[in-house]
Design a protein around this ligand. Sequence first.
Ligand SMILES: NC(=O)c1ccc[n+]([C@@H]2O[C@H](COP(=O)([O-])OP(=O)(O)OC[C@H]3O[C@@H](n4cnc5c(N)ncnc54)[C@H](O)[C@@H]3O)[C@@H](O)[C@H]2O)c1
Length: 379
Amino acid sequence: MESLGIGLIGTGYMGKCHALAWNAVAAVFGDVPRPRLAVLAEVSQALAETKVRELGFERATGDWRSLVNDPVVDVVSITTPNAFHPEMAIAALEAGKHVWCEKPMAVRLADAERMLAAARVSGKVGALGYNYIQNPLIGLMRRVIDEGQIGAVNHVRIEMDEDFMADPEELFYWKSEATSGHGALDDFGVHALSLLWVLFGGVARVCGHMTKPYADRPVKGGGRRAVETCDIATTMLELENGASGVICLNRSAWGRKGRIFVQIFGSKGTLIYDQERMNEVQLYIAEGPKETQGFRTILTAPHHPPYDKFLPAPGHGLGFNELKIIECRQLIGRIGGEKGTLIDFEDGIRIERTVDAIARSAHEGRWIEVAASVTEAAA
Ligand SMILES: NC(=O)c1ccc[n+]([C@@H]2O[C@H](COP(=O)([O-])OP(=O)(O)OC[C@H]3O[C@@H](n4cnc5c(N)ncnc54)[C@H](O)[C@@H]3O)[C@@H](O)[C@H]2O)c1
């Protein structure tokens, strides 16, 4: 495979994370050509030039359209706010580039469907930033489930909590605007759905409930503005494999910083994982003498690939940014024809349909089949 030319749009929280991944992927994995960090785009030329120096790119631009049309760019990393994803991803695909777009795919299902259609027409890879699925321990959990070690899975519960919207006196900003989406559900609940997708496959039907813990928030300069999104979302669901599930999402949960607490219950045992303790998994198998049965803690180690690409010693731990490096390696592999573990636009649309079904269910107060969440354009 030839070295890929990289274009990065946006250099905030996720932009830096993508840049670190592009910088590190060849050194960590040793089996792919070093990408060429070609062009970086920001809202202004001045900001782009500062970031080019920091993040190691060759050229800066204040115009993202020139980046997606630049012949030296093969892959476009899109790390801008959610509302920009469709326009930027479709323009990049139409210019013949592969796309690595941050989650969620889009704010509206119809726009996500347009993104998928553009990827199909272009024949290029459209990949999404669902980094949590890349944890080597999530891979271990999938193997434990697939091998039947905890028996037939009958129930899954995921709680995802953070506290960045917990303070009622925090200033109103774009995450409280309806233009950003439904709220906790699509802002970060899609990560919980990405875990369900890689561990079990699709969701068949949902019953959602969404609430606003605070009716309004202070506005810079004085006064208050009504909150338009829901910071709390709870969903009962049925997986396509028949197991039942619950997803509880709260971005106003004081004290919770990055919790994704997953409990998987089977006929022979239980698996427990928490993203706040991302280097360990708890496994209970109901066998052996009852008096010594109990959960055991498994720490990440070189025999949980690709942990071995980072560290030769067990129990030393990976971090959030390293999940993005693994995702980057999966993307390069997919461009080269490998299957790997990656949520592309084909899989991503299933997550977007599930989000749409949960939101409609919450508004209509009834169970909804996910398969019915298809817009007329895509039907
Ligand atoms: N995968 C994850 O775990 C994860 C975590 C956080 C955020 N995200 C996603 O990443 C995306 C970005 O979120 P963030 O927290 O990094 O936001 P951010 O505000 O930190 O960064 C966004 C950047 O985009 C730039 N930008 C905005 N409009 C632009 C334009 N027209 N041209 C060029 N640059 C532009 C901004 O200047 C800013 O630097 C969102 O879609 C979010 O949902 C994913």
